[in-house]
Design a protein around this ligand. Structure first.
Ligand code: GLU
Length: 401
């Protein structure tokens, strides 16, 4: 074995790793390298690390086209194709209910489709129900688009999801108020009237504010004032978590806040809206969800929500956070797509150049191919780029991207 052999192998796997995940990671490359060059250890682990880090640095600076070209010159070991999703070792024979919880502030992206299909597959595998829950309780920063509610259901039906029920959080507001009141009465939640800056500083320093230790009656009066007289930004409802939690964002997170904006469904009926963590946890509990599957960006939210379950004395559902599925060379963010539609650059959310489910459909992809693709990619945490060649192999009809 020569050093050159190790460099060559590192380069080969770094190129593949960068193509699969956007950036190559030394750990991944080292693992592959040891399988290919059995005697690599003779060089010593510190030298190998040096080599791999240097190679990874070079490869991560290369443009995608060049990576693709170089990858064609290598032969990679065949990965055994996975049949079906991994079994859940905690499943004990009872039905497993899942939910897909999109924000109707845009249309379904292929990354959302991945999460929805995983939820639908697991509900099918374990004879449970698959629910759709529209998370539409932020009329200001994530204003719902009225047509999106139907379009999302149409997309899910097209993807072959078996929907057992559809819920809209904006129509479940009374439920959040009930939980809020219960948590206030039990001393687990409090109205905080600190300035945003003060709240931030207290969080960073792990300091409790005076609002947290207000007398119960005063706290109830403050809640009533929050519902009636306080204005936007003047008061929020916080859950008592742990002001010394290692992650400052977990410290007494905000459950509800006042928003002065009209909602397309409830109009001006409500001013005090739940934030994602509160509404999501209440609903997962009320809807008897046993498995939550969501994007990896929600990892800390799982920790935040654990405090809600502790406060109500219930068990948190099993949760799987999966890596984001992205599409190279297309607009990834809702806001960019909206801009491009407005400027006429794209014909709409279903323009074949958008990475939306409707875009894929209009491009000739089959729903069954997308499902197969998602199942074969599994439930890992690494982000990945859509591999069009693989999707094509699963049954794509046209070549238009
Ligand atoms: N509305 C959230 C999202 O689209 C849902 C996250 C979850 O499934 O809990 O990211």
């Amino acid at each position: 074995m020569s050093e050159e052999e190790v460099i060559k192998s590192a380069r080969k796997f770094a190129v593949k790793n960068a193509l699969d995940y956007g950036k190559a990671r030394p750990d991944n490359v080292i693992n592959k390298l040891f399988v290919e060059v059995k005697s690599a250890k003779e060089l010593g682990i510190s030298r190998i690390k040096e080599i791999v880090e240097e190679v990874v640095g070079e490869v991560n600076a290369m443009p995608v086209d060049q990576l693709r070209k170089e990858a064609e010159s290598y032969t990679y070991p065949e990965r055994p194709e996975r049949v079906g999703l991994p079994k859940l070792d905690w499943a004990d024979g009872v039905a497993i209910n899942t939910r897909f919880a999109p924000n109707p502030s845009g249309f379904l992206h292929i990354g959302h489709a991945k999460v929805a299909l995983l939820c639908d597959e697991y509900a099918k595998m374990y004879s449970g129900s698959f629910y759709v829950r529209f998370e539409d309780t932020d009329p200001k920063t994530k204003p719902p688009i009225p047509e999106a509610y139907k379009a999302i259901i149409d997309d899910l039906n097209w993807l072959g999801c078996s929907i057992s029920g559809v819920f809209r959080q904006s129509e479940r507001m009374e439920l959040y108020y009930l939980y809020a009141k219960r948590l206030i009465d039990e001393g687990s939640a409090y109205v905080c009237t600190c300035e945003q800056e003060t709240m931030k500083k207290n969080r960073e320093e792990g300091t409790e504010c005076a609002c947290r230790n207000r007398a119960d009656d005063d706290n109830i009066r403050e809640w009533e004032a929050m519902l009636s007289t306080y204005g936007e930004g003047e008061a929020v409802l916080r859950l008592k978590t742990d002001m010394k939690h290692p992650n400052p964002s977990v410290r007494d997170w905000v459950m509800m806040r006042i928003i002065d904006a009209e909602h397309p469904i409830t109009k001006n009926k409500y001013r005090v809206w739940p934030l994602y963590n509160f509404a999501s946890a209440v609903d997962d509990h009320e809807m008897k969800i046993s498995l939550v599957i969501r994007g990896i960006e929600h990892e800390v939210n799982g920790v935040k929500q654990s405090f809600f379950y502790k406060a109500i004395g219930a068990k948190q559902p099993h949760t799987i956070e999966v890596g984001v599925l992205k599409v190279r060379g297309t607009l990834a963010h809702k806001s960019d797509i909206i801009k491009a539609i407005k400027s006429g650059e794209l014909s709409g959310w279903d323009d074949p150049r958008t990475p939306t489910v409707a875009g894929f459909r209009n491009n000739g992809f089959k729903a069954a191919a997308i499902r197969e693709y998602v199942i074969s990619s599994g439930i890992g945490k690494n982000p990945s780029y859509l591999d069009l060649a693989k999707l094509t192999a699963f049954g794509r009809k046209q070549e238009k991207w």
